[in-house]
Design a protein around this ligand. Structure first.
Ligand SMILES: [Zn+2]
Length: 414
């Protein structure tokens, strides 16, 4: 499709996040949100060609034809990037919620055949079209909250056929920019007795096929004591890297099990959860390019500790926030809830939360050159809200977003 030039004019306030981008998402202060009053954006072919105050539009652009959009009354900010979800699944796990309420732990439920394995049963049985239709509704729900880029993991198939089925479903989803992650190493499939044997099979037969068919951009492993232990996964991660996959890890969620340090050692895009970490791991993370992806909705549901976000940010780590949306430990897609928990229970400031859901999350996906801030050369992915920016991540259940543009195209208007 041929794009016309687009001129989005005169927003009351634009948050460009350009300061956050200059600092690589580290030690974010309010001024790093890049406030611009009477801000305007010129787009060509879905990309930002110019951004500035309306009165400063360069003559060369004044002369060009464009479709104009009046953003008066709007606050504009980069589209949200949701960088950690398990949005393709069948069934639900509401019964486990009640079990946990009655005192059973996540690990105990998993050992009894519940947890991830109960979703695996449902996904293996599910028809492709049913999986796709359900997942598309979830994608739409993210989109309505201003999400413009969404990461989705596999990991509920745990055999070649069903993992490929999940990844193929992810490829068919639309409406936002989607990136897929292969999480075959999510849990031990019932057909296996040994984690090592399963990891060896994943490395030898799954990864080359997934690469060949271009079904995933990254590889993830659920690293935890009693699940995939950090010493056992090095070989597998090396195979993934050799094949050209980026790496991300579920790390140190329930116990200090080496995941965060392994993530840094493998130059992973991100280490996710990072709850049970000490000063050494925090410092190592802060000195690296690996982003700490914090998932406080899962901590709320599991009634476990929240990650030491304050310490990580003060040490200089780049931090992102995400829902971890999944049917077991985080059955919510609510971005406001995630941001609110970060503010209430992790002592993050609002500018830090906004950065963590835009630039920080884009960086966690290594997509910061494409999205996450509003700068020349990047995709025109942005949100318009009639609210003041100070009202973001404040009211759970509120509908904050009035319009979402992805590559300059109106994606959702409420
Ligand atoms: Zn997860």
């Amino acid at each position: 499709m041929k794009y016309a030039n687009q001129y989005f004019r005169n927003a009351d306030l634009v948050l460009t996040l350009s300061g956050a981008a200059k600092k690589n998402g580290r030690k974010i202060k309010e001024m790093d949100l890049g406030f611009m009053s009477k801000g305007s954006i010129w787009c060509e072919n879905g990309k930002i060609v110019w951004i500035g105050k309306d009165k400063n539009l360069p003559l060369a652009l004044v002369k060009k034809k464009s479709v104009e959009y009046n953003l008066k009354g709007m606050t504009v900010l980069p589209g949200f990037v949701e960088c950690h979800t398990h949005s393709v699944f069948a069934g639900h796990r509401a019964d486990e919620f009640e079990m946990r309420q009655n005192g059973r732990s996540y690990s105990e439920i998993a050992a009894g055949g519940g947890g991830i394995l109960s979703t695996v049963k449902a996904v293996r049985k599910a028809k492709n079209l049913d999986l796709l239709n359900q997942a598309q509704q979830r994608v739409d729900q993210f989109k309505q909250q201003g999400v413009t880029t969404l990461e989705i993991k596999s990991g509920y198939g745990l055999n070649l056929r069903s993992e490929i089925k999940m990844l193929s479903v992810i490829k068919k989803l639309n409406g936002v920019r989607i990136t897929s992650t292969f999480l075959g190493a999510h849990a031990l499939p019932p057909e296996y007795k040994s984690y090592e044997r399963y990891l060896a099979d994943l490395g030898q037969s799954y990864l080359p096929l997934i690469k060949k068919r271009k079904l995933a951009d990254r590889v993830d492993v659920f690293i935890e004591k009693g699940f995939f232990e950090s010493v056992a996964v090095s070989n597998f991660l090396q195979i993934a890297k050799n094949l050209g996959f980026a790496v991300t890890l579920h790390a140190d969620q329930l116990s200090l099990s080496g995941g965060t340090e392994l993530a840094v050692d493998f130059h992973a895009d991100s280490a996710d959860h990072v709850i049970c970490v000490g000063d050494r791991q925090i410092q190592k993370l802060a000195n690296s390019q690996t982003v700490a992806v914090l998932l406080p909705a899962a901590d709320l549901y599991l009634k476990c500790a929240y990650p030491p976000a304050r310490k990580m940010i003060d040490a200089g780590a780049c931090v992102a926030l995400a829902t971890d949306f999944n049917p077991g430990t985080s059955p919510t897609q609510n971005l406001n809830l995630v941001g609110l928990l970060a503010r209430l229970n992790m002592q993050m400031t609002l500018p830090e939360v906004i950065c963590a859901y835009t630039y920080g999350a884009a960086r966690a996906l290594r997509m910061e050159n494409l999205c996450g801030s509003l700068e020349v050369g990047k995709s025109a992915d942005f949100i318009c809200t009639k609210k003041d920016w100070s009202e973001l991540f404040y009211s759970v259940g509120a509908r904050d977003i009035d319009a979402t543009y992805i590559s300059g195209k109106l994606s959702a208007a409420l």
